[in-house]
Design a protein around this ligand. Structure first.
Ligand code: PHB
Length: 364
């Protein structure tokens, strides 16, 4: 099929051969202890190197940023070594790769936290959500998240510094870019939403104050790497992880203006309908487009048809595919040839080994 999806695009200082992005996907296979990217992840990502850009699974910027079993980190020397092997494999196969920088905030459980402490958030509010820890049998088990404790104002500079450090380590590990994860009900989104943020300091109250932590985290990344190498992901109106993002449109528009001022390489919008949220209106898409002139990546339940329509409408410039990329390492070719897609095996999404990870077949 002829579609703008298969045409090149400039992203930062790179030219992507197509506009099909591998979305960040949590797979929970990091080596324990230490949350080190596993050797099998080299094969997994290398298999997907024909994507215009691979965005890594979300990777915690500190031990406190962890919220699920066996997710990889980007704060230790061992993790940098592990990632280096991954980026080398991807580059050797002709691909490009960004890393997603993650702090889960309250989407965690004390058993995953340093010294079994409570997870942190904007405010100490109970909420309904589950996360995944390692059961006694070594298999993923779902548990209720703890009610978090509120971050003290004096703890925030250290938190911000961890975004700077993680960006430095990402460069050292050979990534082509970093993506700040400010979506999906994780820490930065918890600060954005008036529902989860009841703070009375400069990080709470007005919309500008609630956006502050997101922008300071972004600026911390930008203090470690220039704007050509930094993108961000947000999910306006997203309800994933029990978040209520009722003024998400106003927040999204404000953030887009601030991203524009910083000339970051891309704005990645995760559309809420993939997780049971609303479908974004065309009006909102247009308003976001008018505020941000860099590359916009759309994500969430994308098909080739949706990607083509959204790019032709001018709302986005590239499309990220998540679940289809789990099951189709050669997704670009399959879409181009109109070939059938392999079905996913959701019971193998999280944890485990090669099965459901590197064993999905390529087209003959
Ligand atoms: C997940 O583990 O299900 C997950 C992680 C990060 C996201 C979304 C989902 O941004």
């Amino acid at each position: 099929m002829s579609s703008p999806v298969f045409t090149p695009i400039t992203l930062g200082n790179m030219t992507l051969p197509n506009r099909i992005i591998m979305a960040p996907l949590t797979r929970m296979r990091a080596v324990q202890p230490g949350d080190i990217p596993a050797p099998i992840s080299q094969t997994y990502y290398e298999q997907r190197a024909t994507a215009g850009l691979i965005i890594s699974e979300a990777s915690q910027i500190s031990p406190q940023g962890k919220g699920y079993m066996a997710t990889p980190g980007i704060y230790s020397a061992e993790q940098v070594q592990g990632w280096k092997s991954v980026t080398q494999a991807v580059h050797k196969a002709g691909g490009r790769m960004a890393i997603q920088l993650w702090h889960v905030g309250r989407v965690s459980h004390h058993s995953l936290q340093p010294n079994q402490q409570l997870p942190v958030s904007a405010s100490a509010l109970p909420y309904e959500n589950k996360t995944t820890i390692m059961g006694a049998d070594g298999k993923p088990t779902r548990v209720a998240c703890d009610t978090p404790r509120a971050l003290e104002t004096h703890e925030i500079p250290e938190l911000i510094a961890s975004y700077h450090k993680a960006t430095e380590l990402s460069r050292e590990a050979g990534f082509d870019m970093v993506e700040v994860h400010a979506a999906h009900g994780y820490l930065l989104h918890q600060f954005q939403s008036a529902e989860s943020n009841h703070r009375t300091d400069i990080y709470g109250g007005s919309l500008e104050n609630r956006a502050r932590l997101t922008l300071e985290a972004l600026d911390a990344s930008l203090s470690a790497w220039d704007a050509q190498h930094v993108g961000i992901r947000i999910s306006p109106l997203g309800i994933f992880n029990g978040l209520n993002d009722r003024d998400g449109e106003a927040m999204g528009l404000y953030l887009a203006e601030e991203f524009q001022k910083r000339k970051i390489a891309y704005l990645h919008i995760s559309e809420p309908d993939w997780a049971g949220g609303p479908v974004l209106s065309d009006e909102f898409r247009k308003a976001m487009r008018s505020r941000f002139s860099g590359v916009i990546i759309g994500a969430g339940n994308y098909t080739l048809e949706k990607a083509t329509r959204m790019i032709e409408s001018g709302y986005i410039d590239a499309a990220a595919f998540g679940r289809p990329y789990i099951a189709n390492p050669d997704l670009v070719r399959r879409l181009q040839e109109g070939a059938a897609l392999n079905p996913t095996r959701p019971e193998l999404f999280y944890g485990g080994n090669e099965e459901g990870y590197t064993d999905y077949p390529f087209l003959a």
